[in-house]
Design a protein around this ligand. Sequence first.
Ligand code: FES
Ligand code: FES
Length: 155
Amino acid sequence: MHDIAFTLNGRPWSLRVEPRRTLVDAIRDDCGATGTHIGCEHGVCGACTILLDGEPVRSCLMFAVQADGRALRTVEGLEKDGALHPLQRAFIDHHALQCGFCTPGFLMLAVGVLERTPNISDEALTDVLSSNLCRCTGYQNIVRAVRAAAEEMAP
Ligand code: FES
Ligand code: FES
C-alpha cells in the first residue's frame, strides 16, 4: 500500500492505495466525486477526463499513486458560489448534451484547453474535441457550446 496526498478541487486528500488502483477509481470511490464518469476504461472515450495540474488527462489510464502531490480538478469544481461555469451554461444553452454521460469529460477537456489557449482556432478546437466520444449529440452542438464559452472566457 502507498500513502498519497493530493488536492481535489482545492480540498486536500490523503489516501492509502494499492499501486494498481486507478486514479478514476480513487476519485470516485475514495473521494466520492462521482461526477467523473467511467466509460471504456482503456483511454478511448474520454468520459473520465479530469485536469491534472491544469492538463486534461484520462484518469482511467493513470494510477492513483501518480497523482501524489498534484492538483486535480473535476466537474464538481466548476461551479463557483452557486454559479455555473461559462462552459456549463453554454452546454445548456446550446443543447450540447442529451444523456449527459460524456459531458463531464467534455467539460474538463474544454476547460483545460480554453484556459491554456483562449483564442484557439476552430480547426484546432475541433481537433481537440474529437478526442472524446459522444454517442448522442452529433458533436455539432458541443463545438458550438465550447466556441460560445470561449468567447465569454476570452480575456
Ligand atoms: S473511461 Fe477513460 S477514456 Fe474511456
Ligand atoms: S450526451 Fe450522451 S454520450 Fe454524449
